[in-house]
Design a protein around this ligand. Structure first.
Ligand code: ATP
Length: 244
């Protein structure tokens, strides 16, 4: 059976330095996978390469069997992407932005229902440029989901959200999981990945340095909890870097 996402030996080099250094990743359909790593580890480069927004220097990427660069139009219709620099139109209102993103897809969710689920009812007629950071973040999640994608990439899903907003968005993601949507979640929040993800990968210097269920990653690092595991793995990676 085709995987939702498959990368083979993906490298991406910037000015002689590898941001991704041979990433092999297979994400089965319906899995929610968390992508962790220190600042600069290569997380955004990886998900943007999977989304077809960056071309790998070498290696291959497939999304539901399609090449995201060559089959861009088809991949766009099945993939929802919420990135740190969201593709929102600042002069449009919340409702207009959601309708615009809905119009890119033949089938999709009801924009008003999603606005409601994301807690944006009070600002639906507000221009995007006048939203708070957290409201803009919620809208970028909405824009990624309104086309009812089969695979979703979420980069720092709840950064800047208040506790209520975090819970609300987590519920939206749990509903997607229940529908069998495949989710790639880049996060610095250990409670978030622990709650939402079946499997994690930890990237460091463009390589996968740990992989498994949250429990596997914790045990692999010999740590009490996931946060300690993350700190241990980061320290090990730093030491390896200094030795090299
Ligand atoms: P963060 O947690 O800070 O968001 P990240 O894990 O997402 O970090 P990336 O943004 O993927 O990290 O960056 C990985 C490395 O690649 C960094 O060293 C960064 O400086 C470098 N890099 C990323 N994009 C470019 C670019 N367009 N040109 C040059 N270098 C880049």
């Amino acid at each position: 059976m085709t995987s939702a996402v498959e990368t083979r030996g993906v490298r991406r080099v910037y000015r002689g330095r590898a941001a991704l250094d041979g990433v092999d990743l297979e994400v089965p359909i319906g899995e929610t996978i968390g992508i962790l790593g220190r600042n600069g580890a290569g997380k955004t480069t990886l998900v943007e390469t999977i989304a077809g927004l960056r071309k790998p220097t070498s290696g291959s990427v497939r999304v539901l069997g399609l090449d995201p660069v060559r089959d861009r139009a088809r991949v766009r219709s099945i993939l929802g992407v919420q990135l740190q620099d969201a593709l929102l139109h600042f002069s449009l209102t919340v409702a207009e932005n959601m309708r615009l993103h809905r119009s890119f897809h033949r089938h999709g969710a009801d924009p008003d229902e999603l606005i409601h689920q994301l807690g944006l009812d009070d600002v639906r007629q507000t221009r995007t440029e006048n939203l708070s950071g957290g409201q803009r973040q919620r809208l970028s999640v909405g824009a990624a989901l309104v086309g009812r994608p089969r695979v979703v990439i979420l980069d720092e899903l709840t950064t800047g959200l208040d506790p209520d907003g975090r819970r609300g968005i987590w519920r939206v993601i749990e509903d997607l999981r229940a529908e069998g949507v495949t989710i790639l979640l880049v996060s610095h929040s250990m409670d978030e990945v622990e709650r939402l993800c079946e499997r994690l990968i930890v990237l460091d210097s463009g390589r996968i340095v740990a992989e498994g269920s949250p429990e596997d990653v914790r045990r692999h690092a010999g740590a009490e909890d996931l946060e300690e595991a993350f700190l241990t793995l980061s320290a090990q990676a730093r030491e390896a870097e200094e030795r090299a």
